[in-house]
Design a protein around this ligand. Structure first.
Ligand code: DC
Length: 225
């Protein structure tokens, strides 16, 4: 089968917009593969921090990406045999990911790994440049967002549930700093691509967002028959 015939739903948006939860549920509903592209940047940050590499050393980051021994199985992520899915969600790796993601060489080194997730019967991919760079020919493109305050509140609840002591004002500041860093970088900055549909989740719950995206996808699928 020609790979370009395999459907892709590309979902971009800022941190804590709910992309991950929504993308995962959409993929489960359709029986599609799922790519959480942010986890790749988080894994590179984790590895770099562990080996004491400088997060500004582009060559070192490229090397880490090239030999990254990672396996994704459902919701599990194994790095060199160690389960790290929960660990990489920590803020320290999210902030590290945002820093390493500014390097064009690293982004290039992660491209093929991301595209390899495009397998039958389809893929739902979330990140910052899924619509613009990684899957420019995606079947459906979504830009998912919410106000920084609502995103901070959601992240706060998530972290509290995990028993992590956090301060909501600090989370809001981190989110705003991350939005800024992700938006002003030269390569693949966070921004809505012209051909994507804006979904503002500020006043919607997860089920409403998932249903909205499934509806848009089924309308496209019907049209293309
Ligand atoms: O989606 P996330 O919070 O797990 O992403 C962590 C960081 O990785 C985010 O701040 C920016 C970066 N990222 C990126 O630059 N491009 C992507 N496709 C996904 C994430």
């Amino acid at each position: 089968m020609n790979i370009s015939n395999i459907p892709v739903i590309a979902i971009d948006g800022p941190s804590a917009s709910g992309k991950g939860t929504v993308a995962q549920l959409v993929s489960e509903n359709l029986g599609f593969q799922y790519l959480d592209s942010g986890s790749l940047y988080r894994l590179v940050a984790l590895k770099a921090i562990r080996i004491g590499a400088d997060l500004n050393d582009e060559k070192a980051l490229e090397n880490i990406a090239q030999i990254l021994d990672v396996t994704f199985t459902g919701r599990k992520i194994q790095l060199g045999g160690e389960e790290v899915a929960d660990l990489i969600r920590q803020e320290v790796y999210g902030n590290g990911a945002s820093k390493v993601a500014a390097h064009p060489g690293l982004r290039e080194a992660l491209l093929d790994r991301q595209r390899a997730f495009r397998k039958d019967p389809g893929l739902v991919a979330d990140g910052r440049d899924m619509c613009s760079v990684v899957f420019p020919d995606a079947t459906l493109k979504i830009f998912l967002t919410a106000t920084p305050e609502v995103r901070a509140e959601r992240r706060y609840k998530q972290l509290m549930e995990k028993g992590e002591g956090v301060n909501i004002n600090k989370i809001l500041k981190d989110i705003e700093a991350r939005d800024k860093r992700d938006s002003i970088r030269i390569v693949a900055p966070l921004k809505q691509s012209k051909d994507s549909n804006l979904v503002d989740t500020t006043l919607l719950n997860v089920t409403e967002v998932v249903n909205k995206i499934l509806k848009q996808y089924s309308e496209i699928s019907i049209k293309s028959i």
